[in-house]
Design a protein around this ligand. Structure first.
Ligand SMILES: O=C[C@H](O)COP(=O)(O)O
Length: 214
């Protein structure tokens, strides 16, 4: 079970959440990663939590301005990156290029997709993991694993049909251990969540519930 907490651009304290995630991961031997704003990667990584970027661009060192170089986020302490998040959609060629850039820099990748058909397409690009997230449920607090279970099980079936070695995560509205349990029942090997941790008063309690309710 892999829990990825995407802090998006929420007005939260990234270090407080990262420290809580590091403690909870240690306490219950769970895999929890935090994906902060790029400018916060170094501070978040210094807490010891597994740190991910929210995005890298399909570029190499060179004349690029305002883009995110995979080597730079790795140098700051990231060990993985999201790609093609619903709020940062990419063309297929740029997803492919982003995966190559990430691999070059030693970063793992979770490539997001909106539906099972897109999951099939991005699984064929051989990322480490894929994540299905119906955009209409993102940030609603209505968990995909309860509200739209078929999309998760279909995404798992589709990904397995393309490449069985690529695990499928699911996201949108996940905030409790019960949501995680339901996701696992559907074949998901992890969850991607944001508001359920980044917008609450006690992120440590939520993180604990997420990984101890299995
Ligand atoms: O990256 C996280 C997903 O977009 C899910 O967001 P959410 O947990 O706020 O629904």
């Amino acid at each position: 079970m892999f829990v990825v907490v995407n802090l998006k651009s929420y007005a939260c304290d990234p270090v407080e959440i990262a420290s809580a995630a590091a403690d909870v991961a240690d306490d219950v031997d769970a895999r929890i990663a935090v994906a902060p704003q790029t400018a916060h990667i170094e501070r978040v990584a210094s807490t010891g939590v597994e740190t991910w970027a929210q995005h890298v661009d399909s570029i190499e060192h060179g004349s690029h301005t305002g883009q995110s170089l995979a080597e730079s986020v790795a140098d700051a302490g990231a060990v993985g990156t999201l790609l093609n998040h619903s709020e940062r959609r990419l063309k297929l060629a740029d997803i492919d290029g982003g995966i190559h850039a990430a691999k070059r820099a030693g970063l793992e990748t979770v490539v997001c997709a909106n539906n099972p058909a897109q999951i099939g397409a991005v699984t064929a690009l051989s990322p480490e993991m894929v994540a299905v997230e119906p955009p209409e449920l993102i940030g609603t607090g209505t968990p995909v694993s309860h509200a739209d279970p078929d999309i998760v099980s279909e995404a798992v079936r589709t990904a397995n049909g393309v490449d069985e070695s690529v695990p499928v995560l699911c996201g949108a509205g996940i905030s409790t251990g019960d949501d995680v349990d339901a996701a696992v029942e559907l074949g998901s090997e992890g969850v991607l969540l944001a508001s359920g941790v980044a917008k609450v008063d006690d992120p440590r309690a939520v993180l604990t519930d997420l990984v101890t309710n299995e």
